[in-house]
Design a protein around this ligand. Structure first.
Ligand SMILES: C[S@@+](CC[C@H](N)C(=O)[O-])C[C@H]1O[C@@H](n2cnc3c(N)ncnc32)[C@H](O)[C@@H]1O
Length: 282
């Protein structure tokens, strides 16, 4: 079984690189079918192998199928990717860094209203909310650190997820503004991240960090790197305009980070505000 999987992986790797150069639709071959069949997911239910067409336009269908191949190849075989390489890997469907159309990305935080949690504004997209729910239960962090509390809703939401999962995670949320929320165990702390950095334990306990304050980002990341250890996660939100900063950070960091494409690509290539920036310490 292991040997068979190895062969499928090897074949997929070759097929994927050939496929990128070609326009042929004849790539839904045995190795892909086997791979899809042995890894239960949504794509098993897509009627790929019948005569039914998902798109009327052959070119669109071709691109869609290439994206499926890309998702299966990248996510399942090369889950952890170098940030530099990922920047060059565009979505096959729309030749963009994300599968999301700009309009979908803008609308994913709500149209008639921003999302609310406990009546407070929650600045998260529908995709990110689902991805973080998955990630928190998978990695079970002991500590969550959030730079940029907003109204406090995101920390409150995470606290509720944690409590419902019966986890004992401690949440620290930092903001330049005072957050006055009662009846919570979250530690909200006022700090100006352009001038100071919070004192956070560097103990080897599993940490999950969100950079969502968007100020002094390089220094905030460099200071965060000092308290992170193997298997911790660092998520840099709204990272579309932070690519240079992230590149700089990764060239200076003590830890080695890789993009966890299982999460960034959960709903399509980079269907998240954390474009190529759900990073795992390797
Ligand atoms: C995008 S909001 C955070 C949203 C929140 N994490 C959520 O998901 O709902 C950015 C936050 O960064 C905070 N901020 C801005 N400048 C800051 C600074 N110099 N130091 C600390 N926080 C700052 C703002 O007050 C704002 O609440």
């Amino acid at each position: 079984m292991i040997e068979q999987k190895k062969i499928i992986k090897h074949n997929l790797k070759i097929k994927y690189s050939n496929l990128k150069k070609s326009n042929s639709m004849n790539f839904l071959d045995v190795s892909l079918q086997n791979y899809v069949n042995s890894n239960k997911n949504f794509f098993n239910d897509v009627d790929l192998y019948s005569n039914k067409k998902i798109f009327k336009d052959v070119e669109m269908e071709n691109k869609f199928l290439k994206t499926i191949y890309q998702l299966i190849y990248v996510n399942k075989i090369n889950r952890f990717c170098e940030f530099k390489n990922r920047q060059k890997e565009l979505c096959e469907f729309n030749n963009s860094v994300t599968s999301l159309m700009r309009i979908n990305s803008i609308m994913s935080q709500g149209t008639s209203s921003i999302l609310k949690w406990k009546k407070l504004n929650l600045h998260k997209s529908c995709f990110d909310l689902a991805i973080y729910t998955q990630l928190i239960q998978d990695i079970e962090p002991s500590i969550i650190i959030e730079y940029g509390s907003g109204d406090g809703a995101s920390a409150l939401w995470m606290e509720d997820i944690i409590k419902s999962l019966k986890m004992k995670t401690k949440i620290f949320s930092y903001d330049i503004a005072d957050i006055n929320i009662k009846d919570t165990e979250i530690i909200f702390k006022k700090i100006d991240l352009t001038k100071h950095f919070p004192k956070i334990t560097n103990k080897k306990v599993k940490k999950l960090v969100f950079e969502d304050a968007h100020v002094n980002v390089l220094n905030v990341l460099i200071n965060t790197d000092k308290i992170l250890n193997k298997d911790d996660y660092l998520i840099i939100e709204d990272s579309g305009h932070k690519m240079n900063i992230i590149n700089k950070f990764l060239s200076k960091s003590k830890n080695k980070y890789k993009v966890d494409t299982f999460y960034t690509d959960f709903f399509g290539i980079n269907a998240t505000s954390a474009i190529n920036s759900i990073l795992k310490v390797m």
